[in-house]
Design a protein around this ligand. Structure first.
Ligand code: PPE
Length: 309
């Protein structure tokens, strides 16, 4: 993604709006050196009634605070303040639909792993962000490759925390998959069970039943939670259980979920077509249900929307 497309008028930083070019940090910023920062990714959509809303904004901000709690970081703002600031950054930049990135990190002053005195700083930026895995991905589906990189064990890094440094695992897996001509990586956990994509949760469908890995070594995705609820409400059976890679090979359908990726069908894994190699009926139905939810067209899901005005 070209850096210029991130440019907006303002970025929220440490309690106020600053011009894009002034939203800078020092090179001795502690989090830059050791990767200890927590962040979120949310999407704001234009609803059917013309208003814009952050999809599951409250849940994302809650997860940001949970990530901080897990990593012993104290964010010097309240969840409500960061939710309001997230809405404000969309409004002030006159964005109707965008991706919103809150991040909390340690500033500069002390170096070393044992430093505890650095100020916790918070920034929130927003920018327009299109289809995460390419324009065709949502319609045609993506091609995955099982990664040689294993998803970290939950006693090495903690998967409930959406923390910057943990993404080195994802980035390396993504580089490898894309360099080999695939769209995305499929990471297995330390036991060899399917975990998730580099930035998405994964689901498989067989005989009308849906399965997704439990939250042990995966990020507990907010989109994952939304689609589980949508499926259960519409009578589709979905369970959280471990399964090995061959369960994916023999699945009728597979799909990935994430804020950036939304609901993306998987058409191939390790060069094997999934089902008939095209997005299956449950995946397509789910994409429709998800779209209705985020546009405010499903009355049961309105509580998921945080309207920006
Ligand atoms: N697993 C991982 C590892 C992950 O990074 C994400 C989000 C998910 C699952 C899905 O979580 P959720 O967004 O709550 O449904 N990945 C973000 C990455 C985007 C980026 O490249 O940066 C996202 O989708 O916003």
């Amino acid at each position: 993604m070209a850096a210029s497309s991130l440019r907006t008028d303002k970025i929220w930083m440490d309690g106020g709006m600053v011009p894009y070019d002034e939203a800078n940090i020092h090179v001795l910023t502690h989090s830059l050196h050791y990767g200890l920062a927590v962040f979120e990714g949310m999407r704001c959509y234009k609803c059917a009634d013309g208003r814009s809303a952050i999809f599951r904004g409250r849940e994302h901000i809650r997860r940001l605070f949970e990530s901080a709690l897990i990593l012993e970081m104290k964010i010097p703002f309240s969840p409500e303040e960061l939710l309001k600031a997230s809405a404000e950054i969309v409004r002030i930049n006159k964005l109707e639909e965008c991706y919103i990135r809150p991040i909390a990190f340690y500033g500069e002053g002390e170096m070393g792993l044992s430093a505890r005195g650095n100020k916790v700083r918070v920034a929130i930026a927003a920018w327009p962000w299109g289809a995460y895995l390419g324009d065709d991905a949502v319609k045609q589906g993506v091609r995955l490759k099982t990664s040689s990189f294993v998803r970290f064990h939950h006693n090495s890094l903690m998967p409930h925390a959406k923390a910057s440094g943990q993404y080195i695992n994802s980035i390396l897996a993504g580089y490898e998959a894309r360099r080999s001509g695939y769209d995305e990586a499929l990471l297995l956990d330390v036991e060899g069970f399917v975990a998730e994509g580099s930035g998405e949760n994964v689901f498989i469908v067989r005989d009308g039943k849906v399965r997704t890995p439990p939250v042990s070594s995966i990020l507990p995705g907010i989109t994952r939670d939304a689609v589980i609820k949508l499926m259960r409400r519409s009578g589709i059976e979905v369970t959280e259980e471990l399964f090995p890679r061959d369960a994916v090979y023999i699945a009728d359908e597979a799909f990935m979920t994430g804020t950036a990726a939304e609901v993306t069908p998987v058409r191939e894994v390790d060069d094997r077509p999934i089902g008939n190699g095209r997005p299956g009926p449950i995946t397509v139905k789910l994409q429709e249900m998800f779209r209705a939810a985020l546009r405010g067209q499903d009355a049961n899901c309105r509580e998921w929307l945080y309207y920006i005005s």
